[in-house]
Design a protein around this ligand. Structure first.
Ligand code: ZN
Length: 135
């Protein structure tokens, strides 16, 4: 795995949190993106070589809605950049980690993503993400 690509933070209201994180980081978010399949609206901030992703639920079935209900606002996941997500999924499964989606799916910010179950990673939801390259 490469660097930490971003940290995902679950928020109740994306507009309020965009304003808050703009104050905190001293820079505005540079994009907002809805991922309908996941029931989330996201925004991204740059923080040096890393990013902060804010996630708001767009419906009650959204994993973010469930997370907010259970735990409230806060850190939702840590995403690591990988060069070859399929190879990483195989490697991690081999190591005994629980991969939640064995087929990478299209996430926000032009990424293919896969998640590891927090049960196998000390309670941390881990996202693997690979930049989608235009061939
Ligand atoms: Zn993420």
């Amino acid at each position: 795995m490469d660097k930490i690509e971003h940290i995902g933070i679950a928020v109740k209201n994306l507009e309020d949190s965009n304003a808050l994180f703009a104050q905190l980081l001293g820079t505005s978010h540079y994009k907002t993106e809805e991922v309908a399949s996941e029931g989330v609206r996201t925004s991204f901030f740059k923080s040096g070589p890393n990013k902060v992703e804010l996630l708001e639920a767009t419906n009650e079935e959204s994993p973010i809605a469930k997370f907010l209900e259970k735990k409230g606002e806060g850190i939702h996941h840590i995403a690591f950049a990988v060069d070859d997500i399929k190879a990483e999924i195989l490697r991690l499964r081999e190591e005994g980690f629980i991969v939640l989606n064995e087929t990478p799916k299209k996430g926000a910010d032009n990424k293919l993503v896969a998640f590891l179950h927090p049960k196998g990673t000390n309670g941390v939801l881990v996202e693997l993400c690979q930049e989608i390259k235009v061939e």
